[in-house]
Design a protein around this ligand. Structure first.
Ligand SMILES: [Zn+2]
Length: 225
């Protein structure tokens, strides 16, 4: 098995102590900083930089076209996975999902990719590697997280919701296989008018991870039974 604790999420309705970030003054947590052009191998995007006023973390959103005109906008809310997104790790499907989302947005000519810096479903890079080491000994991704003292998913969609709000995107066609992401964003008043599935190509090294995501975490995947 494999697997990581990269992204996609919960659906275990247990005591999830997902903490909500709150600033003391009741103002939005995310502060918009700057926008610039970002030509990519997928097409020409704009990149928007945000800073979390509480933690100092930096997050970005990539957009193509007019995303704030009220029409439902194709959107991916992607949680950072250094090993998958950058190194091409075969332990998870994150890099493939990122690639599929960027292609889908470019094909549509309009869309948003929010890139959240919440590595390892919020537990951080080093703890994610610790979880990998436990998985090397036979645990699955959920068991490894629990063994380290973390809930299966610590991701928080406050940041993503605030970024989408800043961009004027209130109605989304959301690229995801994760029902929790839909409810996570809807809590903030964002209307998910359609779920657009992302099915990535099969990789043997991620079999157990994908199976765990489907069976233990409720992800909507056509394969990996
Ligand atoms: Zn990953």
């Amino acid at each position: 098995m494999s697997n990581d604790l990269c992204k996609e999420s919960i659906a275990l309705e247990q005591e999830q102590t997902v903490k909500k970030l709150e600033s003391e003054d009741g103002q939005p947590i995310m502060e918009f900083e700057v926008t610039a052009k970002l030509p990519t191998k997928y097409g020409d995007f704009m990149i928007h930089g945000f800073e979390n006023r509480v933690t100092g973390e930096h997050h970005v959103a990539l957009t193509m076209g007019d995303v704030g005109n009220g029409e439902p906008v194709l959107t991916r809310v992607h949680s950072e996975c250094l090993t998958g997104d950058v190194f091409g790790s075969a332990k998870c499907d994150c890099g493939d999902q990122f690639d599929a989302a960027m292609r889908a947005i470019a094909e549509e000519g309009r869309g948003i990719l929010v890139y959240l810096r919440q590595e390892g479903r919020g537990i951080g890079l080093i703890n994610k590697i610790r979880a990998y080491a436990l998985q090397d000994q036979g645990m699955d991704t959920v068991e490894a997280n629990l063994a380290l003292g973390f809930p299966p998913d610590m991701r928080d969609y406050t940041v993503g919701a605030e970024i989408l709000n800043h961009l004027g995107a209130k109605r989304l066609k959301l690229l995801t296989n994760n029902p929790e992401k839909i409810t996570g964003l809807e809590k903030f008043g964002i209307d998910i008018v359609q779920r657009v599935p992302i099915e990535t190509k099969h990789k043997k090294a991620s079999d157990r991870y994908m199976h765990t995501k489907k069976v233990k975490m409720g992800h909507l995947l056509g394969t990996y039974n």
